[in-house]
Design a binder for this molecule. Structure first.
Ligand SMILES: [Zn+2]
Length: 400
């Protein structure tokens, strides 16, 4: 399976993947998924939001167990984020057939569309639409960098955008969703475990800090006469690091806008975007409040005005405790894998669906800790351990 997927959408220049929603590379991934489903004699369908499903047994029977992930990528993404969950799902089914497992519940394998949001700027579009977490009107307004809307892109790819919308009947047939994913940090590498179970997705948000000062000549303005917003911005970046360290959280200023943006001009405006995430709401509040307080002090010291605007926020996602405990029970007996339970700072389709159906996630060790980059990696032994763990879980949930 990897050998067939590896060349699809790969940039020879960067070695990274460019599998954006509703492009040619995406179509190749979708064709591959359909062929894999048909080769296994599974029932195949594409839902109203462009997600692909492969079924063993009749989903109309209800209480289905579903596994899978996504095949699209960020710009110059790695090989594993997404595809590992789909490949492992198919391999786990092969393993269960090899074991002669007898299914008592329908088994679904899913490829969610447009998980990364690389083209239209919003992540998890396929699962959000299905769960009703994104309205049809909002979806219609999504536009890519070339001015092409999501409905236009879907139509070009041969899908009917008129069908977009919530799909409660589909979700009502699912009793559990388990997504296997490459880890996007180094927790498993540091603990020496191949596999982990997700506890929660950290709450996270984005805040825009506008520092407004006074543009002036870089050569003739005395230091004492300046109202330089770059200074208070720079001090705020250091404060963010300090506050995050104190709270065991993360805080990043990764994007900045400067006006007038001249080499020989003191800036009039420095606009910085803060991304911060923490294990719980209280820690995140502490970090962001601390950063804003420090920023206001620095701004005042330099005679600079400061506006802070929260641009987006996603509360903590706790995965279903009963399902999580069931996974731990299944994996904790008869294996020597060890199953640490860990939180994650990254969003996933499983997080979107957790509002509607019981969801759980398995992570596979990534020794580089790097994700969304060609350096993302999982060793073959660890991938096989992931398939075995997923097969054990599916057998425990869906077989006699
Ligand atoms: Zn992913």
């Amino acid at each position: 399976m990897w050998a067939e997927l590896l060349p699809v959408g790969r940039s020879s220049a960067s070695g990274g993947y460019r599998r954006y929603a509703w492009t040619g590379a995406d179509a190749d991934c979708r064709t591959w998924f359909r062929e894999q489903a048909e080769a296994r004699g599974l029932g195949y369908e594409t839902d109203r939001n462009g997600n692909q499903w492969a079924w063993l047994g009749d989903p109309a029977a209800g209480n289905a167990v579903v596994t899978g992930s996504h095949l699209d990528s960020v710009p110059d993404g790695g090989a594993f984020d997404g595809p590992l969950g789909v490949v492992s799902a198919l391999a786990a089914l092969d393993e269960l057939r090899h074991r002669g497992a007898r299914f008592t519940r329908p088994l679904g394998i899913v490829n969610f569309g447009d998980e990364e949001g690389a083209r239209f700027g919003l992540a998890c579009v396929g699962s959000r639409l299905t769960a009703g977490a994104l309205t049809v009107e909002q979806a219609h307004r999504l536009t890519d960098g070339d001015g092409i809307t999501l409905p236009q892109a879907m139509e070009t790819a041969g899908y009917d955008p008129g069908a977009l919308g919530p799909d409660p009947e589909r979700l009502a047939r699912i009793g559990a969703f388990v997504e296997l994913h490459v880890e996007q940090g180094r927790a498993l590498d540091l603990s020496g475990d191949r596999i982990g179970i997700a506890s929660a997705i950290w709450p996270h948000g984005r805040w825009r800090f506008d520092f407004r000062g006074e543009a002036n000549h870089a050569g003739t303005t005395r230091l004492a006469d300046r109202h330089d917003p770059m200074l208070s911005y720079a001090e705020t970046v250091l404060a963010a690091r300090r506050e995050a360290e104190l709270a065991g959280a993360v805080a990043t200023f990764g994007k900045i806008g400067v006006e007038p943006n001249g080499v020989n001009a003191i800036p009039s405006l420095v606009r910085g975007w803060l991304d911060s995430r923490a294990a719980d709401q209280a820690s995140l509040d502490t970090v962001v409040t601390g950063i804003e307080k420090a920023a206001r002090e620095y701004a005042a010291a330099h005679g600079v005005d400061l506006d802070v605007v929260r641009e987006s926020f996603t509360p903590v996602v706790e995965f279903d405790h009963a399902l999580r405990d069931e996974l731990a029970r299944i994996l904790g007996t008869g294996t020597d894998l060890g199953v640490p339970v860990l939180g994650t700072g990254a969003g996933h389709d499983a997080g979107i669906l957790s509002d509607r159906i019981p969801t759980a996630m398995l992570f596979v060790r990534n020794p580089t800790g790097v994700s969304h980059s060609p350096a993302e990696y999982a060793a073959e032994d660890d991938c096989v351990a992931g398939v075995t763990a997923l097969a054990d879980v599916l057998e425990g949930l869906a077989c006699t």
